[in-house]
Ligand binder design. Structure first.
Ligand SMILES: [Zn+2]
Length: 415
């Protein structure tokens, strides 16, 4: 393994992060040897403008300092992420490893909560991707009769992107690129599995001190609905990250709602503040149109009548996308170009995760990730051996047909 992130920041007693705070502006080199591999990696999708500078790109991003989020790892303690249920940091007595234990209480109160939990568990067991949280184990109850709660064991991650963004530590463009790369890499996998996350926000993007990122919390996730006449719930996505089509009452939406959320997070990483921080869903929509301008009629074709009337009643707004350059010094042309492909009002015109990964802005993030952070590539004496597929899809798609046949709490218990 190269002198990359993986080696440096796990000390034997598990008290992560330590050295993380290196303030050196020149992280260790030597992470990669062969420039031909790098060239392939950078040019994987595009001959981006960075191609000439790749010799310097093999260095790891300086790690994120998660010390504020890490206390003495010895005792069990609640760490608390997850929409439905408490998460604890515990030691697995079977092998002594620190893991996250999520308790899902009262899951059998009614069939709706039963199905939701069962779906989340099915997904956690199905996912096999480095940037998506998956279940290591599910603790079985001794007896089905007194079975009121479920415990899931997942990998333990020290922090999440929300904590990182609000922390005082600096985020370099390297950090932003490698985070965004992993978010989109995980999302491409989820979407290829036919799964909509529906609550992408910084708090649901777990990160460890090596800057490895995993999408978590599938409490609101569901399988995509190909039939446009089928109604889908609008009670999804934390308001700040909610796509305009949901704010406008569309009864049907697609995986592009997750991409909108990623765009908001990308801007938040750049600016270190929430991009659209409104007090109500209507104000949320107003803030979006302040930036993007009044949408054309065709972009509102699935909106409900009231929402469309609200937009049309207001004075016409011109777009003001140039303010995105003022988010930070890291908001380069390339960054803003990709950001503007995500923050598109019309979901049909919004970029997909797969296409976003082909944007030259992400070339450096891809190289960095596969040089010293991933598990899909490895190093041998003569250089780095790269995987043949940097951003794998899921196969087969996640299958939720079992759900249709679940008709009673007892039946779900028995599964
Ligand atoms: Zn790799």
């Amino acid at each position: 393994m190269p002198a990359g992130l993986g080696q440096k920041f796990y000390c034997p007693n598990g008290a992560a992060v330590l050295a993380a705070a290196s303030t050196s502006s020149s992280p260790p080199t030597t992470a990669v040897q062969s420039s031909s591999h790098q060239q392939q990696l950078v040019n994987h999708h595009h001959h981006g403008p960075q191609a000439g500078t790749i010799q310097n790109q093999g260095m790891p991003a300086r790690p994120v300092d998660t010390r504020t989020a890490v206390v003495d790892p010895e005792p069990d303690r609640p760490i608390g992420y997850g929409a439905f249920g408490v998460v604890w940091s515990v030691t697995d007595p079977r092998d002594g490893k620190r893991v996250a234990l999520k308790k899902m209480p009262n899951v059998f109160q009614n069939l709706v909560s039963c199905k939701r939990v069962f779906r989340e568990l099915q997904m956690l067991c199905y996912f096999k991707h480095e940037n998506v949280l998956s279940a290591l184990d599910i603790l079985q109850p001794p007896q089905i009769d007194c079975f009121e709660e479920i415990y899931v064991i997942t990998e333990l991650m020290q922090s999440d992107l929300h904590k990182v963004i609000v922390s005082p530590q600096a985020l370099s463009s390297d950090h932003i690129k490698v985070f965004l790369y992993q978010i989109l890499r995980g999302l491409k996998y989820l979407h290829s599995a036919g799964v909509l996350h529906r609550d992408i926000k910084p708090g649901n993007l777990l990160v460890n001190s090596n800057c490895v990122l995993k999408i978590c919390d599938f409490g609101l996730a569901r399988v995509e609905e190909p039939d446009e006449s089928q109604h889908m719930t609008q009670e999804v996505v934390t308001q700040y990250y909610r796509a305009p089509e949901i704010l406008m009452g569309s009864r049907h939406y697609t995986s592009s709602i997750d991409i909108w959320s990623v765009g908001c997070i990308f801007a938040e990483l750049l600016g270190r503040r929430i991009l659209f921080q409104a007090q109500s869903p209507i104000q949320q929509l107003d803030l979006i149109t302040d930036l993007l301008g009044t949408p054309p009629l065709h972009a509102m074709r699935t909106a409900c009548e009231g929402a469309r009337a609200h937009i049309l009643r207001a004075p016409h707004k011109p777009p003001s996308l140039s303010v995105l350059y003022m988010l930070s010094g890291e908001a380069t042309h390339e960054a803003v170009h990709l950001l503007c492909r995500m923050l598109v009002f019309d979901p049909l015109k919004r970029i997909s995760a797969k296409d976003a990964l082909a944007h030259p802005y992400l070339d450096e993030g891809r190289l960095r990730y596969h040089t010293c952070m991933c598990n899909c590539c490895f190093s041998i004496a003569t250089g780095r051996v790269y995987t043949s597929d940097f951003e794998p899809s899921a196969s087969p798609k996640f299958d939720d047909s079992y759900e249709k046949n679940l008709t009673s709490v007892w039946q779900v218990k028995g599964q």
